[in-house]
Design a protein. Sequence first.
Length: 367
Amino acid sequence: MSNEAIIDVEYEQPACPTQHAWARVPVEPGPKQRAELMERIKRLLKERNAVMVSHYYVHPDLQDLAIATGGIVSDSLEMARFGRDHPATTLVVSGVRFMGETAKILSPEKTVLMPDLDANCSLDLGCPIDEFSAFCDAHPDRTVVVYANTSAAVKARADWLVTSSCALDIVRALKDKGHKILWAPDKHLGGYIQRETGADMLMWNGSCIVHDEFKAFELAALKQEHPKAKVLVHPESPADVIALADAVGSTSAILKAAKELDAPAFIVATDKGMMHMLRQQNPGKVFIEAPTAGNSATCKSCAHCPWMAMNGLAGVAQVLEKGLNQIHVDPGLIPRARLPIDRMLAFTAAHKSGQDAGALVPNIGAA
């Protein structure tokens, strides 16, 4: 059998109700209302012993306010680590639901709030636990590795959790110890990992509705228009888009590449929410959204997650004032769901400090 195989699981893909998400995107506040909301949230964070944890893809206001109030703007790996280690008793997670669930799994004693509990993820929606469990049961000889963009129940079925910033290192270490991998849910990220590591992987057939839309033909044409620009690509993108990249990696890796690569301009294939931090950290450099050739005649790039767009200042203020939109995870799931997350965090901490992270892997590793 080929090392790389995608299993097309027979079930009806749940519709991703993006039209409902776009309908719930908050109205942009005017300058006066925006300033008032900012001050209100700052006061409420202090009163509630709360901290903001924001993803790179949410509205710039939520990124700036998180940093200004001692919170964090990061990828899902650092969001999880930060929320666990911060002394605040309440975490306000601006992102999508699996990020709030991960925070609750790691900090069950803390209150975890989100601006909108219906802010979902197509990868999470496309990997229902019953079908995924059947997939795992059919391949008991494989180590189950799942992406962070999954439900608490799917995490509880996994041996390892990964994010795009650590997936290559963890899968490579597993491969070196002789593990065969069952991977879910993103087929593009899984394919990238398989090509880079040579691991024996069976893959769930999922994709991100944003990254799946990037088009190699349009990207090649845009490169010709900007010959001095470097191309930065998130590995949830299709293989032919990744093939055009000068750098491939997680949101954190994209930020690092933008700082370090000697180029006046960059074409960026990830959610356009990322542009805010890229421009803030790299004044004088030009950042161009990679083309998705969107469905409307006026849209060359529609690269923004509608569920990320549901997060807004008014929502943050409301949940802090009223205690609404708490994330709850079945207490019976938490110990098992935490296991693969703790393995990932232990592995990445060891790797970062120069220790032999691969030593955590034999017999699935240390928790």
